[in-house]
Design a protein around this ligand. Structure first.
Ligand code: BGC
Length: 781
């Protein structure tokens, strides 16, 4: 599939060049570059330097400015002509992209192409599981493939850059954006971050059919006070280095071309103007080489944050801190004020030049000066590619987490029940199946749970559906005043009489059926940006519906859909089986039906600790232990302090045995390695996947360390009776940590516990020794 795609894109490239080729391209073809920066024999950096020398201060200030484009070409062409943007976001029509680009490369003095960015979060036309669902696959190779397909579709319409992946480590499920990340753990988060960057960008920036990745939000956004979106964040440096930053470091090491700075204050300094964060840490310690963009209006927000005096001050302070580009609704403060600020001596010209160079270098690396346009006809073929839907189905299957399966209630036997009811507010809702942060999807081709089950059972059963309840929509406030295709507008509310009728209709349908598949959870817009919640209960009348259907004595299996853990205690008490499906995307319903009827065996694991109650939040497995560890389970007197489901948990239709870990080598000395291996056996009767997880714990040292920390995982497929050896490498990078007293990375010698198993409660245990003396450890570079 991949090579076919690359060939198709290469052809698209040839066609694109024939579309109104700019002067530089035409002359280059004749062997003579129009300008030094059109000379493709020079490096992108050299070309950017040459172009910079030709630019006025106003042109530079425009280059570091990016605007949202919600509207028509006619409205935005003048903005491009004004020279006040170097980039636009949210244009996705290839014809409009080409027309705007034509203005930039034909009408403007220096013919600098625009770079087009977009939120390609979990797919473009083909929608994949939401990111937390992708993380639940514990399968970086699959997630890389997902983002490669997303990149291919985005590039086909003329986009160059994704504001993705979101790599914020989130430990508070009240925070709505937990759905956009990989969960609570820095090791899993780092693996998912790097995989996604590779998927978006390919082997190098500028690879055909790929786009630039923009990991976000740098840094700490997920730790918002109270889980309230955009609220202030206070994080100790130890947390920042050991928990929050590792996925960013992994993304940078994977070559991420862009980083988005976060909205909020980090320890009282707005992230967008935080020189320590954006320059000392990101560039100095991590070695980031690309450009930093602000979040939407992040630069101007410094005024709201009572940090900057006015917008001119804000533009100076963010660019001086290392935030190179300003993302803005309407005119950017940078475009409007930076030239004057340089002239007034408020900003060194070299600082503006540095930002411009970073942005131009990216444009050269993407090949935009050679090929600014996109082939409009070819886009349609790429977006319609059935192979992309196959990738979506597999990804949705791999994201499924089996939470409960008493008495092997699942899988169901197709044909065994003649009348099947698929009930629930989301049972037949196409938009909900896609999840938040999807805009360009094809609704008719999206498969709901009802449709998936109906198609799977064919003539062997009658399958019917009813919503039973209606969920109140949450329209994110940022979208209230603008219309974006795909953002749900509230559907008319049912009045009391309709609500009663629908409820009774669903119960009657259940009563007339032999089997009920009940979907419970949150509507898709109840998580995502501006979608935090103060409690984690099932919203609306869903519990009452569950009770009413449960009272009928029918076989009921539950499919939960949400972007965050929910309080499910009452459902867990009574439903024999619960399959958690997140939001599966375009082929979500097909994947769910295949799992329910045993065509695939769920093998996903929770990337986040699932609390019993919102009162436990934040709760995460990698906590430290303090006074009276025996009482650890009794930290509250009213409920257990253990979670409902631990991090890394997930069942299967088969069983696995995991042997005691065997350690080879040791003690671990500088530059050395040991290996930890275990034997995994499928002791059941079906093929299935196990995610074998490795956790370690430092018994003593120069800091108290978490009770256990994930340091390795492998998702493997075993046939019934099959046995496989799984090996993990342990080097200094596994045992190092950032020490708050030393203020640097260190390794502490001593004894370490190691566990292998199927979740963070893994109990197969051994120890190993780190030898030598206390020592500094290598940082990220
Ligand atoms: C979000 C970003 C997003 C940007 C552009 C912001 O409100 O925080 O994650 O990339 O909008 O849509």
């Amino acid at each position: 599939m991949r090579s076919f795609k690359l060939a198709a894109m290469a052809l698209a490239g040839v066609a694109a060049m024939s579309f109104g080729a700019n002067a530089g391209t035409a002359q280059q073809a004749a062997g003579k570059p129009a300008t030094p920066w059109h000379n493709a024999a020079l490096s992108p950096e050299q070309r950017a330097q040459a172009l910079l020398r030709a630019m006025t201060l106003e042109e530079k200030a425009g280059q570091v400015s990016q605007q949202f484009m919600f509207g028509a070409f006619e409205q935005f062409a003048p903005v491009v002509r004004s020279g006040k943007v170097g980039s636009l976001l949210f244009v996705t029509d290839p014809a409009i992209i080409n027309r705007l680009q034509k203005v930039a490369v034909e009408e403007m003095r220096l013919k600098i192409p625009l770079i087009f960015g977009y939120d390609v979060i979990h797919g473009f036309r083909t929608i994949f599981p939401v990111p937390i669902g992708n993380a639940a696959s514990w399968d970086p190779a699959s997630v890389e493939q997902v983002q490669q397909v997303a990149a291919e579709e985005a590039r086909a319409v003329g986009l160059h850059w994704a504001f993705s992946p979101m790599v914020d480590i989130a430990r508070d499920p009240r925070w709505g954006r937990i759905v956009e990340g990989a969960g609570e753990d820095p090791f899993l988060g780092a693996a998912m971050a790097a995989a996604q960057v590779r998927g978006f960008q390919g082997p190098a920036i500028g690879t055909p059919s790929h786009i630039i990745a923009g990991p976000k939000h740098f840094a700490g956004y997920a730790a918002a006070d109270g889980g309230r979106d955009y609220d202030s964040v206070y994080i100790a440096d130890t947390q920042l280095y050991n928990v929050i930053l590792p996925p960013f470091a992994a993304a940078v090491q994977a070559g991420a071309g862009n980083i988005m700075s976060a909205y909020m204050d980090l320890n009282d300094v707005p992230a967008v103007a935080n020189h320590w964060l954006l320059t000392d840490v990101l560039r100095g310690q991590m070695g980031f080489q690309g450009w930093v963009v602000s979040d939407a209006n992040g630069t101007k927000n410094q005024v709201i944050q009572h940090f900057a005096r006015d917008e001119a001050d804000a533009a100076v302070r963010s660019i001086a801190a290392g935030n190179d580009m300003e993302m803005s609704f309407g005119p950017a403060a940078s475009a409007e004020t930076l030239a004057a600020s340089v002239r007034a001596g408020k900003l060194p010209q070299a600082t503006l030049d540095r930002a411009v160079l970073r942005i131009l270098t990216a444009k050269f690396r993407m090949g935009l000066f050679e090929q600014p346009f996109v082939d409009e006809a070819a886009a349609k073929t790429v977006l319609a590619d059935p192979a992309h839907r196959a990738v979506a189905q597999r990804a949705a299957e791999r994201a499924l987490v089996l939470l409960k399966n008493d008495g092997d209630a699942l899988p169901l036997v197709a044909g065994a029940n003649k009348r099947v009811a698929v009930i629930g507010a989301m049972a037949n809702s196409k938009r909900d199946m896609l999840g938040p942060w999807a805009f360009q999807y094809d609704l008719p081709e999206t498969v709901t749970v009802f449709e998936g089950v109906r198609d799977r059972l064919g003539a062997s059963a009658t399958v019917e559906t009813a919503p039973g309840v209606q969920l109140k929509r949450n329209v994110p406030s940022m979208f209230e005043s603008i219309t974006i295709p795909g953002v749900a507008k509230p559907e008319p509310r049912w009045d009391a009489a309709r609500a009663a009728r629908e409820f009774e209709r669903a119960v009657a349908l259940a009563k007339a059926s032999d089997l009920v598949i009940l979907t419970l959870g949150e509507a898709e817009d109840m998580s995502g940006e501006g979608a935090s919640r103060a409690d984690l209960k099932l919203p609306g009348d869903q519990l009452r519906l569950f009770d009413a259907i449960g009272a009928l004595g029918k076989k009921v299996v539950v499919v939960t859909m949400s972007g965050r853990p929910l309080e499910l205690d009452q459902v867990l008490d009574r439903a024999p089986a619960i399959l958690h499906a997140w939001y599966g995307g375009t082929r979500g319903g097909t994947a769910i039906a295949r799992a329910l009827f045993g065509d695939v065996n769920p093998g996903g694991k929770l990337p986040i600790t699932w609390p019993r109650s919102v009162g436990q939040v934040p709760i995460y497995y990698a906590h430290n232990t303090t006074h009276s560890p025996k009482e650890q389970a009794k930290r509250y007197w009213d409920i257990p302090s253990t979670p409902q489901f631990e991090f890394g948990y997930g069942l299967s239709y088969t069983r696995f045995a995991i042997s005691e870990p065997r350690i080879t080598g040791g003690p671990l000395l500088p530059g050395g390695r040991i290996t930890v291996s275990t034997e995994v056996t499928n002791t059941g009767t079906r093929a299935g996947d196990e995610v074998v997880q490795l956790y370690i714990h430092q018994r003593a040292g120069r800091a108290s360390r978490p009770v256990r920390e994930l340091k390795g995982f492998h998702r493997i497929t075993l046939q019934p009776g099959e046995r496989r050896s799984v090996t993990f490498d342990v080097g200094e990078n596994v045992v190092r940590y950032w020490n708050g007293a030393v203020k640097d990375w260190v390794v502490d010698p001593g004894t370490f516990d190691v566990w292998v198993g199927a979740s963070s409660n893994a109990d197969q245990h051994a120890t190993f020794v780190v030898g030598g003396s206390p020592r500094p450890a290598k940082g990220w570079k």
